[in-house]
Design a protein around this ligand. Structure first.
Ligand code: BTN
Length: 260
C-alpha cells in the first residue's frame, strides 16, 4: 500500500528546501511507491502542476519498460507540467532540456564533468548516473527523473551504473539537489518557451558522448551500425549507416561500439 508521508516524518525532505519545493507544484512525498510516474499519471485529471517524490520505488521504470533500480539513496521524482505547447511534439526536446538542467546542476554540486547520452541518460566517467522518462498524457508532460546520488553500491547486473557518492565520496541532500534541479529546469524552460530549442544545442552537443562515435542502434524491427554525425534542431540523432544511408533517429536504443 502506498503511504503518503507527512513532511515531519520524511527526514530526507525537511526544512527550507522542502517548503521551497512547493513553488514548483503540489508536492506528494512517498516512502515507497510502485512508480512516481504512475502516481503522476493519476494526477493529470487535477490539471495542476505536481511533484511526486519517493524514497524507494518497487516498479521504477525507464524507457522500453526497463526496470529502474530504485533503492533508498537515489532521487526519484516525477514532475507533472501543463505546458502551453503541444506536449507530444516537444517531448523529445523537453527530455534534452531537462537532461541539460540535471547535468548542469550535478556538475556544479559535485565539481565533476557530467555528460549526456542520447536520448535520456545522465553520465559520469562513462557510467550511468541517471535517466529521464518523459511521457505525454493529454495536455500534460510527465517528466520522470531518477538520479543515483548516495547509493554506496549497485548489484552486479548493473555494471554500467554508478552514483555521485561512488564518484565523489560525498553524500548529497536529496531535497537540496531536487530544489536546485527544478530551479534550473524552470529557468531553461522559460528560455525555451520564449526562444528556440536550437539555442541549447551547442551545450547539449558538447556534453554528448555519442557524437562522432561508432554506434549500434536497435530500432523498430531492425538493428543498424554506423557513425553518429550530429543532433538536429529537434534533438534527433543523425547516423550515417555502414551502408551509406543517412538516418534520422527519434527513438531507439543506441550504444557506442568500438571501431574495427
Ligand atoms: C531510463 O534510464 O530509461 C529512465 C529512467 C527514469 C527513472 C525515473 S525514477 C522516477 C520516475 N519513476 C519511474 O518509474 N521512472 C522515472
Amino acid at each position: 500500500m502506498e503511504k503518503l508521508l507527512s513532511t515531519e516524518r520524511f527526514t530526507d525532505f525537511t526544512g527550507p528546501n522542502l517548503s521551497e519545493l512547493a513553488q514548483f507544484g503540489k508536492v506528494y512525498l512517498f516512502e515507497t511507491v510502485s512508480s512516481t510516474q504512475d502516481i503522476a499519471k493519476k494526477l493529470v485529471s487535477k490539471q495542476e502542476p505536481a511533484l511526486v517524490i519517493a524514497l524507494n520505488q518497487t516498479k521504477g521504470r525507464g524507457r522500453f519498460l526497463r526496470r529502474w533500480h530504485s533503492v533508498q539513496g537515489g532521487l526519484y521524482f516525477s514532475y507533472l507540467l501543463f505546458p502551453d505547447f503541444s506536449v507530444k511534439d516537444k517531448t523529445a526536446q523537453m527530455t534534452m532540456l531537462i537532461s541539460l538542467a540535471v547535468a548542469q546542476t550535478l556538475e556544479s554540486l559535485s565539481g565533476q564533468k557530467i555528460d549526456l547520452r542520447w536520448p535520456n541518460d545522465i553520465m559520469i566517467s562513462g557510467k550511468k548516473l541517471g535517466g529521464l522518462l518523459c511521457e505525454a498524457r493529454q495536455n500534460a508532460l510527465i517528466i520522470g527523473v531518477g538520479i543515483n546520488l548516495n547509493q554506496p553500491f549497485f548489484p552486479a547486473f548493473l555494471s554500467d551504473a554508478t552514483s555521485l557518492f561512488i564518484e565523489t565520496n560525498q553524500n548529497y541532500e536529496l531535497d537540496k539537489v531536487l530544489r536546485l534541479i527544478l530551479t534550473r529546469c524552470t529557468n531553461l524552460y522559460q528560455e525555451f518557451n520564449t526562444g528556440k530549442f536550437a539555442q541549447f544545442l551547442p551545450e547539449i552537443k558538447s556534453r554528448h558522448i555519442l557524437l562522432n562515435q561508432r554506434v549500434r542502434a536497435d530500432l523498430w524491427l531492425r538493428r543498424i551500425e554506423g557513425n553518429v554525425l550530429d543532433l538536429d534542431d529537434d534533438g534527433r540523432l543523425l547516423i550515417r549507416t555502414d551502408s551509406g544511408r543517412l538516418l534520422t533517429i527519434t527513438a531507439g536504443k543506441v550504444h557506442r561500439i568500438k571501431s574495427v
